[in-house]
Write a protein that binds this ligand. Sequence first.
Ligand SMILES: [Zn+2]
Length: 403
Amino acid sequence: MSHSASVTEILLDLIAIPSVSSASNQAVLDYARQWLKANRWDVRTFPYVDPNGVEKANLIAMPRRHLESLRGSPAGVGSDTPAFQNSRFEHEDDVASVELALVCHTDTVPYSDDWPEAVHPKVINGRVYGRGACDVKGFLACILAMIGNLEVSERSLAVVLTADEEIGCVGAKRLLGEKRLYARNAVVGEPTRLHPVVAGKGYALGEVVVRGKAAHSAFPQAGRSAILDAATLIDSIRKIGLRVAIERHERFDPPFTTINIGTISGGTAKNIVPAECRFLVEWRPVPGQNERWVAEMIQEELARAQKGDPGLQATFEPIRIDPGFETDSQGKLAGELERLSGNATVAVAFGTEAPCLKKLGAETVVFGPGDMKTAHSVEENVPIEELQRCVQVLEELVEQICV
Ligand SMILES: [Zn+2]
């Protein structure tokens, strides 16, 4: 890693550091930390241990001179100064406050062993291929390249790197729940083909567990099939999907809340009446709609079904319910990104960390190089031209927004 590495070189380095959500994100943070420190940024990490005992961390960094100006004492800060010592971040309840936060997650979705190029990135026809190329190490590479290019030392700017986004924005929720940072504006990196995203659907997930009674399948009347009961409930949930779709939000494609039953499991053998069946229900609520509405309707449906058939045993547990977000497309941040990128604002159906930032009151826009359609696949890639454009946009954005 050299001080003047190109955005492509940085991205190739980052992809070569595996950071699947199940593993620690520490090595990616170490890489970023080295880079930030080389450019005179103060870096603070917020470690935690995930439920599987793996050490993870979030990171907040700010230009050192900006911090010095905040505390009005530029003297006495050597390169070995512990991060944020004597700064407004010194105390447990201190909060960093900036005009602009650039937010990027550091984890990736998994990849299979038969895709060795996942962490041995390749450049083919002007595109970088590998896991995380667009989701979202491409944006992280752009942030680092921008910092290397630009004199940002006195800018009111923070870089926020989070863990565990792909498994439910766990790191961001943790960091922001601790209220470590207030930002007036936030750019959340995700592959949007450099379109400023001003609205996103939420993300919600729950599990239905149906219990029946096992019996020899030659005598089904001696048992109760959990799979057949599940089939009835699944059809009811399909109808709930039709009901929520009536409320439209025309910025999205499709312009309504969608429901997916993505996995189902049940039964033990072909000749046993199945005693259990479970399935996952996922829904992506449009912003403005009660994000719990689907959960409430599923609960009501279970209660109704059980009333009509007291033998039916089924439960529904929400696992995660995150709202969507919507930012004023006429606001300053959205307007600047639209102008600088030359691309119109859009809405996206995938979940991001934006609602977390929005909750803190930040004007939040999702933005980054690459196309989400290639993410999470063996085709994941990012065009180098978009990486370079993104670095320019970030440079100009910092000039415009950070005073
Ligand atoms: Zn992502």
